[in-house]
Design a protein. Structure first.
Length: 317
C-alpha cells in the first residue's frame, strides 16, 4: 500500500541535524534544528538517499582493502631498500673508500603569480545572474531590482522567476508557509497583446494566487471576501508603454493585502508581453506600499544598466 506524504517537517539527509519542510509535492527552502521537530508518523515521509558514509558492512570495502594496503606497503619497503643499497655502492670510489659528496646548490624556482585574463573578467561582469541585487528573467528580457531583506529562491512551487521577503510565517488559514511580499514575472498567454486588457484580466489571477488559493488548492488566507481598485494607469516601464492595475483585497483570515498586475511588451524579439505580479501583505512594518512603485521603476530591459530613458516613469493615469 502506498501513502501520499502530507506536508510537514522531515529529516534533511543533506544537512545532518536539521529538518526541511515538505509542502506535499516538493521540498521547500525552510529548515529548522532536528530537536524542535515532532516524530515523523510511521509509514510517511519522502524517500531519502543514504549518505556516502552510510555503506553496509559487507560491501567489499573491508578485508580486501586491508590486503591491498599491506601489499603496497611491502612493495614500498623493498623499493626503498634497493635505493639505499645503490646509493651506498655508488658513494665509494675504486679503492673502496667513500667519495666526498659534492653539493650543488640550485636556485629555487621563481614563483609565478597567475594573471587573470581579461576574458574571464569580462565574462564574470557580464553575468547578471550572479548579482544578488538583480532578478534576471532571460525568457522575457527584463531584470528587476531585489530590495534589501529580500531573496531570490532557487526552487519554488511555481516555476517562474521570483523575489520575496526572506522571513516566512505560518499562513493564517492553512498548514503552509507564507511570505509578506512576493514579485513574480510571467509570459502572457493567449493572443491578447494590449497591455491594459492583459493587466485587467491578470489582476484576478494575481489576487487568487496570493490570497484565495495557492497552486496546491489551499486557502492559505481564508479566501478573498472583497476587493477595491486603488490604482489603474498607463506607464512606461523598461522603455516601453505598459499598464498596471492594483487592488486592495480583504481576506477571511489575516490582514489581507495588496496585489498588482503590470503588463508590458517584451524587449526580446518575440514581442510577447510580460506580466509582473506583486503581492504585499497589509499592515506589515518595513513593507510600505511605495515599495511596489520602487520595484516597478527599477524594471529594465535585459542588459540595460542606464538610469535614464523613462524606465518605470508614470505617463499619466
Amino acid at each position: 500500500m502506498s501513502y501520499a506524504t502530507p506536508p510537514g517537517w522531515y529529516p534533511d539527509t543533506g544537512a545532518p541535524g536539521t529538518e526541511r519542510w515538505w509542502d506535499g509535492t516538493a521540498w521547500t527552502a525552510h529548515t529548522r534544528p532536528l530537536a524542535a521537530a515532532p516524530a515523523v508518523p510511521e509509514g510517511f515521509g519522502p524517500p531519502s538517499l543514504p549518505l556516502p558514509h552510510q555503506r553496509g558492512p559487507h560491501d567489499g570495502s573491508g578485508d580486501g582493502n586491508r590486503t591491498k594496503v599491506l601489499a603496497i606497503t611491502l612493495s614500498g619497503v623493498l623499493v626503498l631498500g634497493a635505493a639505499v643499497t645503490g646509493a651506498v655502492l655508488l658513494g665509494r670510489d675504486d679503492s673502496g673508500t667513500s667519495a666526498t659528496p659534492t653539493t650543488t646548490a640550485s636556485a629555487p624556482a621563481p614563483v609565478t603569480t597567475p594573471t587573470p585574463t581579461s576574458t574571464a573578467t569580462a565574462s564574470a561582469e557580464a553575468d547578471p545572474d550572479e548579482d544578488p541585487s538583480v532578478l534576471v528573467d532571460q525568457l522575457n528580457g527584463v531584470t528587476l531590482p531585489v530590495p534589501t531583506g529580500w531573496e531570490k529562491p532557487d526552487n519554488t512551487t511555481e516555476d517562474v522567476p521570483i523575489i520575496r521577503t526572506e522571513q516566512s510565517y505560518d499562513c493564517p488559514g492553512g498548514s503552509s508557509f507564507c511570505y509578506h511580499g512576493t514579485v513574480t514575472t510571467h509570459t502572457a498567454g493567449g493572443t491578447e497583446s494590449d497591455p491594459r486588457a492583459l493587466a485587467e484580466a491578470d489582476i484576478v489571477t494575481a489576487a487568487d494566487r496570493a490570497y484565495e488559493e495557492d497552486v496546491l488548492g489551499r486557502r492559505i488566507h481564508g479566501g478573498i471576501t472583497s476587493h477595491k481598485v486603488i490604482k489603474a494607469q498607463e506607464l512606461s516601464v523598461a522603455g516601453r508603454t505598459g499598464y498596471l492595475v492594483r487592488w486592495r483585497v480583504t481576506t477571511g483570515k489575516g490582514p489581507g493585502g495588496y496585489v498588482q498586475s503590470l503588463a508590458i511588451p517584451s524587449s526580446v524579439s518575440t514581442e510577447t508581453p510580460v506580466i509582473v505580479r506583486f503581492a504585499f501583505d497589509a499592515d506589515v512594518a518595513g513593507l510600505p506600499l511605495s515599495l511596489m512603485d520602487t520595484i516597478t521603476r527599477g524594471i529594465r530591459p535585459l542588459g540595460d544598466s542606464a538610469t535614464s530613458g523613462g524606465v518605470g516613469a508614470s505617463i499619466g493615469p
